[in-house]
Design a protein around this ligand. Sequence first.
Ligand code: UDP
Length: 258
Amino acid sequence: MRERINIRGVAFDSVTFDEAVTRLTDALVTGTQTALYTPNSEIVQACVEDPALCEIINSAELITPDGIGVVKAGRILGTPFPGGRVAGFDLGRALLSKIGAMQKPDGSPYRVYFLGGKPGVAEAARDAILAEFPDVTFAGTGDGYFKKEGEETAAVIETVNASGADVLFVCLGAPTQEKWIYHNRAAMPGVTLFLGLGGSLDGYAGIVKRAPKIFIKLGLEWFYRLCKEPWRIKRMSKLPVFYFGTWKYKLTRKKNAE
Ligand code: UDP
């Protein structure tokens, strides 16, 4: 049974980081098609405003909190996350660190496909991952600048299917990647894991540097990112809306219960 933590309508899984990694490797071994989404508070706020998006996010088999805002909301609402933040970037990397040692029943390797980022990024990410984990088997790579429906999407699907990918990293930014996976996963029956991991390929490729550990520890990664990428200010303006909205939600809920 999946234990869930409901944050403003988004049904997160109540898992630690290690449990989330095990869910992914178990799904791979059993061949259970699984989508992983890792919403941050911007996406949860977008779900509050758009029930159709909320349904898409909740359709995933594994949903973990990526961002201190969602973790704080868990505490505010009295349903804390057991392992705090479970970031997509780290989950993807942990899976890649294990997958080389795993084999299918017929002895063949599980194959990884990196989809997303500007032209060249997926290849640079693959090379960086292979330098660290040389036993990972890649099925292919592709940039994320194609039309997210129609012929261009059909061509991407055909390429992924022909590649024999078992694990598809879909790094198109949120919520584009979640919508793309939701609408197209059935057309890729050979893919077991769909990982919606935002800017992770930029991170693996070393194009975008992760915040220093001290920022992550203090819950200030968002601030570091804002300083590095100031154009995020518009998106980040959703953060206070989410934070105060969560308090309002909690107080209204309490009042209604009295
Ligand atoms: N991207 C893409 N296709 C698009 C739009 C964006 O592949 O049509 C990529 C972009 O190059 C970047 C990632 O998606 O690598 C989005 O990164 P961001 O850090 O903004 O992710 P988010 O915070 O949205 O999850």
